[in-house]
Design a protein around this ligand. Structure first.
Ligand code: UDP
Ligand code: MG
Length: 316
């Protein structure tokens, strides 16, 4: 909890190609903060946008002392942009929200109240409906959360990145050394006093989503491998099960051979080859995913690179 009379909230927004609406969207959030007498600063992180987002972010930072704008040196992805925002924020608490107003800013006063008056360290927005999403997408999302819950015990169903975090939670997350980060997973892993507030996902103000199925699948695999080694144990279990199956099949084959009526034809051989081959490849793939993870982490490269920063109206 903040000791100050009027604590400062840092509103962090990752921005990627949101140029057409970012000024008005920040305006909407700013109005809500002012109407509720919340002390605030904005930390806007341009994640290597290809449109005029940076020009807009620079303009806002130059005209408004409460806006700090960062530009990453290229598109690092939302997770890295969030890290950059957390590192640049100086408030007593931070609120992380999407730039497209899909996370309704009307919820901010309530979130701040839970933090300020009831002493919660993490106030997390939970999707009460998942907005407009296709049936296939919904199915994939559901299965992914189920696997993650089963394997790690971390329940991210309906979780979102829309959260208020106390400074000490931000500091705890900054101590986590991994280079490939997963904001939702990390903010759940750290624990602390948590409060959930449900919200309805709003339609995007303008523009379109940046998440392709490929990117989402990548995030899903990376988050599962980050939080559990269960898939590796699965490989061992698979091996043991197949060993017992092969004992039975082997005994049967041998018995038939000795009795003089060995199987003819290659059908069984082909089927077994195909089955074992694919199991081996899947297993190698799982091990490969963890190797890749270790490889990426061991390189120890920075999570993001900042190419431009405007704070207090001037470039740093
Ligand atoms: N975003 C980002 N870097 C990226 C992709 C997205 O910073 O590479 C930002 C984007 O500007 C937005 C937030 O992440 O503020 C959520 O992205 P989007 O709205 O495209 O995702 P969705 O809401 O559809 O899940
Ligand atoms: Mg969105």
């Amino acid at each position: 909890m903040a000791g100050r009379e009027n604590p400062v909230i840092s509103v962090i927004m990752p921005v990627y190609n949101e140029g057409e609406h970012i000024i008005s969207s920040v305006g909407v959030v700013e109005r809500i903060l002012q109407e509720n007498q919340i002390e605030y600063e904005f930390v806007l992180v341009d994640d290597g946008s290809k449109d005029d987002s940076w020009a807009k972010l620079r303009q806002m930072a130059e005209q408004n002392k409460r806006v700090t704008s960062l530009r990453l040196s290229r598109n690092f992805g939302k997770e890295a942009a969030l890290c950059a925002g957390l590192d640049a924020a100086s408030g007593d608490a931070v609120i992380v929200m999407d730039a497209d107003l899909q996370d309704p800013p009307e919820l901010i006063p309530e979130m701040v109240k839970y933090w300020k008056e009831e002493g919660y360290d993490v106030v997390e927005g939970v999707k009460s409906s998942r907005g407009k999403e296709g049936a296939v997408y919904k199915f994939c999302a559901r299965s992914y959360y189920k696997i993650l819950l089963k394997a790690t015990g971390i329940d991210l169903r309906n979780a979102s990145d829309y959260k208020l975090l106390d400074r000490k939670v931000v500091e705890a997350m900054q101590q986590m050394p991994e280079k490939v980060t997963f904001f939702r997973g990390m903010s759940a892993w750290v624990g602390f006093e948590r409060k959930q507030v449900p919200f309805e996902v709003q339609p995007r103000v303008m523009g379109k989503t940046k998440w392709s199925l490929k990117r989402l699948a990548g995030l899903a695999f990376s988050s599962i491998t980050s939080y559990t080694s269960a898939p590796l144990q699965l490989v061992t279990i698979l091996g043991v099960v197949m060993f017992f199956v092969s004992l039975v099949l082997g005994a049967q084959t041998l018995a038939r051979y000795l009795m003089g009526n060995a199987l003819e034809g290659f059908t069984t051989v082909i089927l077994l080859q195909l089955f074992i081959g694919s199991m081996l490849m899947i297993s190698l793939g799982i091990i490969g995913m963890y190797l890749m993870k270790i490889y990426h982490e061991i390189k120890g490269r920075p999570r993001y690179l900042v190419s431009k920063k405007i704070k207090d109206g001037t470039a740093e």
